[in-house]
Design a protein around this ligand. Structure first.
Ligand SMILES: [Zn+2]
Length: 55
């Protein structure tokens, strides 16, 4: 076992701000750009979200 050549492992150390989150609307994982981001862009574009009917 000597494979120190092709060990490309994505280190979980990239931008602690950007992280996968679960949308409160569709429960789908999305990349939240900031702290207050709880809904994916997809749901944000919906009229329901605009009206503020989120739970
Ligand atoms: Zn969503």
């Amino acid at each position: 076992m000597s494979s120190s050549r092709d060990t490309k492992k994505p280190t979980a150390d990239y931008s602690s701000q950007k992280k996968g989150r679960k949308c409160l609307m569709c429960s789908e994982e999305f990349q939240s750009t900031h702290y207050g981001e709880r809904v994916c862009a997809n749901c944000k574009g919906t009229a329901a979200w605009r009206e503020g009917q989120a739970a």
